[in-house]
Design a protein around this ligand. Structure first.
Ligand SMILES: [Zn+2]
Length: 199
């Protein structure tokens, strides 16, 4: 229907989450309409983020240096580690202003059906961190989904074995069941953090 380069752009845009075919077409025509400068700024931003953003070598959060800004911040409480599935889950927890500790990003949740086993996630590194450096509590903030809950239980067992002195807690219920942390509002999430209970 369109010239090949336009089709290519529409196809790429339609691969983005939440963007259907019609929205992709609308965005493509918007990009065609704006100045070269404006359109290429988007292309450059994508290139830059892929070139410069990597993983923190301590917590696996997003980082532009060897370590992320949270790991670099000496005011953060190193006794407390909050475990999340994805880097995007750090943001809603930070927004609650209820958590002053550090993070550990697993890189997903356990799901044997999809072939995600413990060695596919940053679980070994978490056990390593938890069993050293004076860590006293690990808050498991995986999603309230089947895989998130299974991951929480697995971590509680593994931590009890490898770091027996560390208290393992889970966010209090109140988060919508089956939901991703990313979509919870900060009041609900803040309450869930304050009311966390031992696993
Ligand atoms: Zn970090």
């Amino acid at each position: 229907m369109f010239a090949a380069p336009i089709n290519r752009l529409i196809t790429e845009l339609a691969r983005l989450p939440g963007i259907g075919q019609r929205t992709a077409q609308r965005l493509a025509f918007h990009i065609l309409r704006v100045s070269d400068e404006e359109a290429l700024a988007l292309a450059d931003a994508i290139r830059e983020v892929k070139e410069k953003v990597g993983q923190c070598e301590i917590c696996f959060n997003l980082a532009t240096d060897a370590t992320c800004l949270i790991c670099q911040d000496e005011r953060r409480d190193g006794h407390l580690i909050c475990v999340v599935e994805e880097p995007s889950d750090v943001i809603p927890i930070e927004r609650t202003n209820e958590f002053g500790g550090r993070y550990h990003v697993l890189g997903g949740a356990l799901s044997p059906i999809d072939g995600v086993d413990p060695e596919d996630l940053h679980i070994g590194e978490l056990l390593e961190r938890a069993s050293s450096n004076g860590v006293t509590e690990v808050v498991v903030a995986t999603n309230a989904t089947t895989t998130g809950e299974a991951t929480a239980l697995y971590l509680a067992d593994a931590l009890r074995e490898r770091a027996p002195g560390v208290t393992v807690t889970r966010l209090a219920s109140g988060l919508p069941v089956g939901s991703d942390l990313e979509y919870s509002d900060e009041i609900t999430l803040g309450r869930a953090l304050r009311g966390r209970r031992e696993l």
